[in-house]
Write a protein that binds this ligand. Structure first.
Ligand code: ZN
Length: 879
């Protein structure tokens, strides 16, 4: 290969590293200094130079580089004449005087850094040891933070093997990495720990944890050793997650026809952690609440969440770790699949949970985000390193998993599973792009998968399908669905499904153009056979990623079908959810939504009731701004809708009841408390008092505590602060992380802005760990939104200092901005951020402002219906 002239400038501003040298193996030694919170390192990298070069360019950030040399296969040593650390591009450029020839060499770098407190890279966090606060170490490298720990080729496609050693580890601490320990040497009270050489892996999956833990252990059927590392004295709480990991390892091996490639899997609860969990190869890290199960303090919702999270992280060991996306553009291959497969595994383990029904929450969150003009395609262009984390969002996880489900449904699960097996085999230890998966699926199914799926992954958004019945013909028309109701004319290839008055009579239709027609004469249109109570439901069981708008006749028939319990829970959910979305987009009047909601005054399965509650919350919030004089009556209507469920469930656990009752009870009682239903609040506070007097009382079962905390805070004001004091005292005294989290989620629900401001100040104290602030933000009352925005502006510098790095800042943006609801406020937000631009929040900011404007528009629309609404709402509330 010819040597081509290179210049330093050519490496700047590039999203990817140049390709003339790639790593094969890293021999990494890290020497820790836990008291000074620093580290020094030495890395020997086996590098393959594939094009003659005077430069080696690798990733590095916030590291001091001390010494560098390159030794080629002929044992000639080259020392760079210069090296440049570029903080903007996060690269280290090594400049050599002579040309490095093609071939293998060893790059040796000595460096040092700080154990930062930003929960990324190699970071410090603290744990309590007999009442004393001590330092420990953990890593979070995804997406692009391995470069904060060592100079490396920090891209998912540049897989290599790793041999890691840790020096100066206090001998009483446990040191963990991706591979098992091969050797430990003790030097007084310190030790050096060597780990076995890894398999081929991407840098973002490398991990190190050093801390004090107890563990529980079990084996899979294949003898893979699985451990859950928990805080000292709490290892029993790791048993549930341990069991899920063991079972899912066995399940995925079978499902993907591919064994787990490592000798062990460790899971560890890290006391300070920015995300929920991270699938490092062989060493999954979790925030404590995501790994520990507590029989006294874990609600049913916590238990299900834990199961899904463990199943998700273990699934990544196939989708992500073994077969890795070629670049972050394909992050959805990791996250969409792990999400979808986690439901598959959970359904196998706990069929009684009907967890696929709850997958509808994933779909609907994906639909909601993707209805924004500021959404993005599933396959996303990544231009700037700082923005990657923003794409770990509802599109990658939720839309990603939803389109997978739609495709699986279309191709059939046998073909789908078989294809995934072939895909794993073909790309194991390698990288893949979205089209690689499509071609494997096409080969097995003989369907042109890429033609269909490109319309879903390469463009943003999705369609709303308008359905009309014209004689014996069903007519379909697709238009792009946006909450702003703008239509950019995009089109999709939509695998439609429909059932005709019965789930035994289902039809499929591939809508490939804007319009489509389907004749149903033979099946359906004999009035003598069909009678009055016929119905047509499109998107059966809500397995497709689109919305449906029916003509008036079809909609009325469906409403009758709901009332007479002819439809599945998933379809009841879907009809309500689509109606809400159409209403928010001003495509259907508010009155139609309220009339439909009234149909749901009957027995409902958990997911339907949960969605109804969610719609009640949103409708109640918007009514406060759109029709304030009717807001109270509307609340009464919502209380009426929910009250019979609350009465049936009661406050106490019913022996032998379905586990799903726990979920329902938690949400219904909390909603009634939020809507200030006097009897619910009174009962809640009475039971809370009993709980305060005796923490072991059975009067406040774990699934009812949120309702109690919300009731307490709804009764708190600047004149009557005892509720807040009680809850803060409980927060300080209780040890269980689930209980602390629960309190934080509810504490912001106070209607008094003065108290909300106090709570937000509490958030800035050391009493609330930085990663837990997000729980408070998501629970701020509607009455507190204005003060929250003022507080946010006033404390911007402090917030930036504490949360700037990583994903946590995006929660502040979303949770504080989106409750606002006027164009004036949207303008104010834009003005505030005009001089405070950050790539790490840019997308979230735009989306949040758009959501504010969508609400402002909806409010105007509802105001125009005001006259008609008065009578309707009073009728619904007091009939
Ligand atoms: Zn994931």
């Amino acid at each position: 290969m010819e040597f081509q002239e290179q210049k330093l400038e050519q490496f700047k501003g590039q999203p990817r590293l140049p390709e003339f040298a790639v790593p094969k193996h890293y021999d990494l030694t890290i020497k820790l200094d836990l008291s000074a919170c620093t580290f020094s390192g030495r890395v020997l990298i086996d590098v393959s130079v594939i094009g003659p070069t005077k430069f080696l360019v690798l990733s590095a950030l916030e590291l001091l580089i001390h010494q560098v040399s390159f030794t080629n296969a002929l044992n000639q040593k080259y020392v760079p004449c210069d090296f440049v650390v570029d903080g903007d591009d996060e690269i280290l450029v090594l400049v050599f005087e002579e040309v490095l020839d093609v071939g293998i060499g060893v790059l040796e770098i000595e460096f040092s850094g700080v154990l930062n407190g930003q929960l990324r890279g190699l970071y410090r966090c603290s744990y309590m040891d007999k009442g004393e606060k001590k330092n420990m170490v953990a890593t979070q490298f995804e997406a692009m933070d391995a470069r904060r720990c060592l100079p490396c080729w920090d891209e998912p496609a540049l897989k290599a093997t790793f041999k890691i050693a840790l020096e100066n580890v206090p001998s009483e601490l446990t040191a963990l990495s991706n591979m098992p320990i091969s050797e430990e040497k003790f030097y007084g009270h310190l030790k050096t720990v060597h780990f076995e050489k890894s398999i081929l892996m991407s840098t973002y999956l490398v991990a190190i944890v050093v801390g004090l833990f107890d563990y529980v252990e079990d084996l899979t059927k294949d003898g893979i050793k699985v451990r859950a590392y928990c805080p000292v004295g709490k290892s029993e709480k790791g048993k549930f997650a341990l069991n899920i990991a063991v079972e899912t390892l066995d399940f995925y091996k079978m499902y993907f026809s591919m064994p787990y490639p490592l000798p062990k899997l460790d899971m560890v609860a890290v006391p300070e952690f920015s995300g929920g969990a991270m699938e490092n190869y062989g060493l999954i890290t979790y925030r404590e609440a995501a790994l520990l199960q507590d029989p006294l303090h874990s609600a049913m919702a916590n238990i299900q969440r834990l199961t899904i999270v463990v199943a998700h992280e273990v699934a990544h060991h196939w989708f992500g770790n073994l077969v890795t996306m070629e670049w972050w553009t394909h992050i959805w291959l990791n996250e969409g699949f792990a999400t979808w497969v986690s439901y598959l595994a959970t359904d196998r383990l706990f069929p009684e949970w009907k967890i696929w029904n709850q997958f509808l929450f994933e779909i609907t969150d994906g639909l909601r985000m993707d209805a924004l003009e500021q959404s993005h395609p599933i396959e996303v262009e990544i231009e700037q390193a700082g923005s990657v984390l923003e794409y770990f969002d509802d599109i990658s996880y939720r839309k990603g998993s939803s389109v997978i489900q739609m495709l699986e449904n279309y191709l059939g699960n046998d073909i789908f599973q078989k294809s995934l097996g072939s895909y794993m085999k073909k790309y194991a230890y390698k990288n893949a792009k979205t089209e690689d998966l499509w071609s494997v699926l096409s080969e097995t199914s003989k369907v042109e998968v890429n033609k269909i799926m490109n319309t879903w992954t390469k463009q943003k958004g999705y369609p709303v399908i308008s359905v009309k019945l014209n004689g014996s013909t069903i007519e379909f028309e697709q238009t792009q669905f946006l909450s702003s109701s703008v239509d950019y004319g995009a089109q999709w290839i939509v695998p439609l499904t429909l059932s005709l008055s019965s789930y035994n009579k289902q039809k499929r239709f591939l809508l490939e153009a804007k319009l489509g027609k389907m004749d149903i004469e033979d099946d359906f249109c004999d009035p003598e056979k069909v009678g009055e109570n016929w119905w047509i439901k499109v998107n059966v069981y809500q397995s497709g990623f689109y919305r449906v708008k029916y003509d008036n006749n079809l909609a009325a028939q469906l409403q009758k079908a709901i009332a007479s319990n002819c439809l599945s829970a998933a379809d009841e959910f879907g009809i309500l959810d689509d109606m809400y979305a159409l209403c928010e987009a001003c495509l259907t009047p508010f009155s139609s939504l309220l009339n439909l909601m009234d149909t749901y005054k009957k027995d409902l399965e958990y997911i339907v009731l949960s969605r109804l509650i969610n719609v009640c919350y949103n409708a109640s919030k918007i009514s406060g701004d759109a029709i304030p004089e009717l807001a109270y009556d509307l609340k009464q209507f919502f209380i009426n809708l929910l009250l019979s469920h609350a009465k049936k469930l009661g406050w106490d656990v019913i022996p032998g009841e379905s586990q799903l009752n726990g979920l329902t009870r938690e949400e219904v009682l909390m909603a009634l408390a939020s809507f200030d239903h006097p009897q619910t609040k009174e009962e809640a506070i009475k039971r809370f008092q009993a709980y305060l007097d005796d923490p072991n009382t059975s009067l406040l079962p774990v699934d009812t505590r949120k309702a109690a905390y919300v009731a307490l805070m709804r009764n708190t004001s600047s004149l009557e602060r005892s509720g807040l004091k009680c809850l803060q005292k409980l927060y300080r005294e209780v040890d269980a992380i689930q209980e602390k989290t629960r309190i934080l989620r509810c504490i912001g629900s106070c209607p008094d802005p003065v108290i909300v401001a106090k709570i937000l100040d509490f958030l800035l104290t050391d009493e609330v760990p930085p990663q837990d602030a997000i729980y408070v933000l998501a629970g701020i009352s509607l009455e507190g939104r204005a003060i929250a925005w003022t507080w946010f502006k006033e404390n911007w510098d402090i917030i930036m200092k504490k949360w700037e790095t990583g994903m946590l800042l995006t929660h502040f943006i979303r949770d504080i901005i989106t409750p606002l609801c006027s164009h004036e406020m949207a303008n104010e937000v834009e003005e505030f951020f005009a001089s405070r631009t950050l790539p790490s929040i840019a997308l979230n900011l735009k989306q949040s402002v758009e959501l504010v404007r969508i609400k402002a528009r909806w409010i105007e629309q509802i105001k125009q219906e005001q006259e008609l609404l008065g009578e309707l709402i009073k009728g619904l509330a007091y009939k």
